[in-house]
Design a protein around this ligand. Structure first.
Ligand SMILES: [Ca+2]
Ligand SMILES: [Ca+2]
Length: 267
């Protein structure tokens, strides 16, 4: 389950997307609440083309799940910002100064999460441990131990009825959002008790739920715009799933829905 506070953040982050261009503002309360939250694992990335982020819109907190491989680069990371990894500190965290960019390689098992803070220090500043970086006072890098909910929009995965987009929720905790105003076809694998699927911009009459073999299929028809999600293997043998309530009763994850005003349905 996910608290409404987190889902509000989730939607805000989904809307804000990867490149923050909002105007400069400071956190007027003067507390630790950030102005913006970004989830580094949510954007496409490769070792050679890291996802790019900016921390110049007030206080920005970046979350990175160390159990999900990711390569990210952050510009304008400064005193009021934080980079928060989801694990308690794993045995291997490499910290290096590469020509003024501070690079963290967080290795969890055989999974790497690399974050580069562009132009974070002078080219000759010695930064070879996490503690040395934090002592500089240019933003905090922390390991908080809590799993970070991954936010994934199902509407930009390019799935079609012939070739649905396929996404696994097997590693980590996921919050999937499917906007009823954008067509999409998605297969979810390993959807589990720590995962949530939300349909936004819907009315109850738009949603049809059915099950066949062990799969659960949700069709959302909003003014002839179709969003289809197949949750593989979610229904036990001989179990009928025919609406959102009967799906949620299975205990294999949560489906929620919100109308165009953002109000929760079925709650
Ligand atoms: Ca990661
Ligand atoms: Ca959709």
């Amino acid at each position: 389950m996910i608290s409404s506070a987190i889902s509000a953040l989730a939607l805000a982050a989904l809307v804000a997307g990867c490149s923050s261009s909002s105007s400069h503002h400071t956190n007027s309360e003067g507390d630790d609440a950030p102005d913006l939250v970004f989830y580094l694992d949510s954007a496409p990335n490769t070792p050679t083309e890291p996802s790019r982020w900016e921390a110049d819109a007030g206080s920005v907190h970046f979350y990175d799940d160390a159990n999900i491989e990711s390569y990210s680069a952050i510009s304008f990371f400064e005193e009021e910002d934080a980079l928060i990894f989801s694990l308690t500190k794993p045995s291997l965290v490499q910290t290096l100064n590469r020509h003024g960019d501070v690079v963290f390689n967080v290795i969890s098992g055989d999974i790497t999460s690399r974050v580069s803070l562009y132009d974070a220090v002078g080219p000759n500043t010695v930064v070879s441990t996490l503690e040395q970086y934090n002592a500089i006072g240019s933003g905090k890098v922390e390991f908080r131990g809590a799993e970070v909910t991954q936010l994934v929009s199902l509407d930009n995965l390019d799935g079609t009825l012939d070739v649905p987009a396929e996404i696994s929720a097997g590693t980590g905790s996921y919050y999937f959002n499917d906007n009823a105003n954008t067509p999409s076809v998605t297969t979810l694998i390993d959807f589990g008790a720590d995962d949530t699927l939300n349909f936004s911009g819907v009315e109850p009459a738009n949603i049809a739920v059915s099950s066949y073999s062990n799969n659960v299929e949700i069709h959302v028809n909003k003014d002839a715009v179709m969003s289809v999600v197949v949750i593989e293997g979610a229904a036990p043998n001989n179990t009928m799933v025919f609406d959102i309530e009967s799906f949620n009763a299975l205990g294999v994850g949560t489906i929620t829905a919100t109308d165009t005003a953002g109000a929760s349905l079925f709650m």
